[in-house]
Design a binder for this molecule. Structure first.
Ligand SMILES: C[S@@+](CC[C@H](N)C(=O)[O-])C[C@H]1O[C@@H](n2cnc3c(N)ncnc32)[C@H](O)[C@@H]1O
Length: 247
């Protein structure tokens, strides 16, 4: 069966109901949520006073953390109504300067040069079919000298089985495959795009960015409840972060 972008969007329309169903829990989490220490260290002074755009903003908790770090404004973009609505409710409840608008990336519909910082990740690049198109849009959104930051699942992650006794590579996945179908919660049935680390770095450079920081991390950004996979024990990469400046 050919899987289209429509099926991925439909999978997200269902998965994002979770953000509404768990509104109260997420609001409690939102009261104290912070970016990861590696994110805070890499972003340094870039957040304070910045107009931030966040493509694939999902539940929006990172937007609240960015606002608390001093962002002047945070604009979350997502194609899921449920995600946008619940994120906006939380931001309003907490009185933080985050707004949400619907967009189907890579077409944000925003003005050129509207952002000092484009922040994304934690399950964003896997929905990008065409990296050059996506980075071109990020580049267009940024003012000259603006920054792009992504903290994302490492491209090796689709290969890790969740066995608890030993790290194993899934036999049905390959690092150089273009995509696979998600077979776990929350976006079961969605097509996850695969980009190797070199494809991500080179597409970013070719779009007109200077890479300022690239790091691979052992910690996953998300752990499925009740699972403690050996692949998360610190021996293999599970996330990476990249900071690039628009030239
Ligand atoms: C795994 S969530 C991660 C987002 C965020 N980092 C979070 O932790 O909630 C991915 C989000 O991307 C959105 N998404 C996927 N493809 C998209 C596209 N082409 N344009 C806009 N949003 C998209 C989905 O609706 C979903 O809310």
């Amino acid at each position: 069966m050919e899987i289209t972008g429509d099926e991925t969007r439909a999978a997200w329309a269902i998965a994002s109901r979770k953000y509404e169903d768990e509104y109260a829990d997420l609001l409690e989490e939102a009261r104290t949520v912070e970016l990861l220490p590696a994110e805070v260290a890499a972003l340094g002074e870039l957040v304070a006073g910045a107009d931030v755009v966040h493509p694939m903003s999902g539940h929006g908790l990172d937007d609240l953390a960015l606002a608390r770090l001093g962002a002047r404004s945070v604009l979350g973009l997502d194609y899921s109504d449920a995600a946008l609505t619940s994120a906006q409710r939380r931001a309003d409840a907490l009185g933080l300067p985050c707004r949400y608008t619907q967009a189907v990336m890579p077409e944000s519909g925003l003005d050129s040069g509207c952002a000092d910082l484009v922040y994304t990740g934690k399950g964003a690049l896997i929905w990008v079919a065409d990296l050059p198109e996506f980075f071109a849009e990020v580049h267009r959104l940024l003012r000259p000298g603006g920054s792009f930051y992504v903290y994302e699942a490492h491209p090796l992650v689709p290969l890790w089985a969740w066995d608890e006794d030993e790290i194993r590579v899934r036999r049905d996945r390959g690092y150089f495959e273009p995509s696979h179908v998600n077979d776990s919660f929350p976006a079961n049935g969605a097509v996850e795009r695969q980009h190797t680390l070199s494809q991500i770095v080179m597409a970013c450079r070719r779009a007109g960015f200077e890479i300022e920081h690239l790091e691979e991390h052992p910690e996953p950004f998300w752990r499925s409840g009740g699972v403690s996979a050996a692949a998360w024990d610190g021996r293999v990469p599970n996330t990476f972060s990249l900071l690039a400046r628009r030239t």
